[in-house]
Design a protein around this ligand. Structure first.
Ligand code: GLU
Length: 307
């Protein structure tokens, strides 16, 4: 079966280098084998969505030399599909309403590991239905006491204990917004994505998505998590918007081939940072095993200085 990958930006700001890094990796993954590459705009979290951000991201991708097949998919236009999946899980007895506040959860939940979110302690799981709700409830899914193991093509094998590491996930927030976890796996399955190439910051989401796919009766895609992009000093880019944007590099007069050349070297797809187009890179990567980088990539000073 032909390979199909996707890039799934959230339109909450301009395309930063971390986004360009993932987009290029995902694009080359498919194009080097003549496969399909899709573009999906993850615009569900409307308070965070910026007007024009989608248009600007698409423009920056095109400037870099990246394209996509078929129309752009927007998650905000797919609520009925997410609602139907929620209905399927509800009929399986897996969905329950929860009106716990964050503070209440934090009081009961065990301390999260660094950078992880709280594991929901299950307070509303068996609660008395007659109690009434103090606010519009979120909808959670009962996660089983089960271990999900999966082999990431770049990062290796992982095992997650769903009850201990994940807990009952929210699939629809109290304000009606469907969760990223639900929407993303439904879309990946529906659009026949065969390999999800994305940033390693989403590794922890993978077992949730694999479990959701299987529980909904679908085969999950395979996963390839590219390493994180960090600042030149090796520290984590705190907020996404502090990373250099593609637009800033473009405004500073840098050519797209130079940006792609740096990213290609960083990803492990090229041996030098020679300027190159994505198309030439895909051709150079065709038909050979690629030494994908596993460790975080420090943005070279040549790129930061321009931003
Ligand atoms: N929309 C997510 C982001 O911008 C990416 C989701 C994914 O690739 O699964 O971080």
């Amino acid at each position: 079966m032909a390979v199909c990958t996707r890039f799934a930006p959230s339109p909450t700001g301009d395309l930063h280098l971390g986004g360009a890094w993932t987009a290029l990796a995902s694009w080359v993954w498919a194009r080097r084998e003549g496969g399909t590459h899709l573009l999906r705009v993850e615009d569900l979290d409307s308070p965070r969505v910026l007007r024009d951000a989608e248009e600007r991201i698409l423009e920056d991708l095109t400037w870099l030399g990246l394209d996509w097949d078929g129309p752009v998919v927007r998650q905000s236009e797919r609520s009925e599909i997410y609602e139907a999946a929620l209905g399927t899980l509800y009929r399986k007895g897996l969905i329950y309403p929860c009106d716990c506040s964050r503070a209440e959860i934090a009081r009961v939940a065990s301390a999260p590991h660094e950078g992880e979110e709280l594991v929901y302690p299950g307070t509303c799981r068996e609660r008395d239905r007659a109690r009434g709700m103090r606010r519009t409830p979120a909808l959670r899914v009962r996660m089983p006491d089960e271990v999900v193991g999966y082999g990431d093509i770049i990062q290796g094998h992982f095992e997650h204990d769903l009850a201990r590491d994940v807990g009952d996930q929210v699939l629809r927030r109290g304000d009606g917004v469907f969760s990223y976890q639900l929407a993303v796996i439904i879309d990946d399955v529906a659009s026949h994505v065969s390999v999800v190439v994305r940033g390693a910051d989403l590794l922890a989401s993978t077992p949730r998505q694999i479990w959701l796919a299987r529980t909904l009766g679908a085969e999950p895609p395979r996963y390839a998590h590219v390493p994180l992009v960090v600042g030149p000093d090796g520290t984590r880019l705190e907020k996404r918007n502090r990373a250099p944007t593609v637009r800033a590099l473009r405004k500073a007069g840098m050519s797209p081939e130079r940006v792609v050349g740096e990213l290609a070297l960083g990803l492990g797809l090229a041996e030098t940072n020679e300027p190159i187009t994505p198309a030439a890179l895909a051709k150079a990567c065709a038909g050979r095993e690629l030494p994908w980088r596993k460790e975080p990539w420090r943005i070279p000073l040549s790129l930061v200085a321009h931003s």
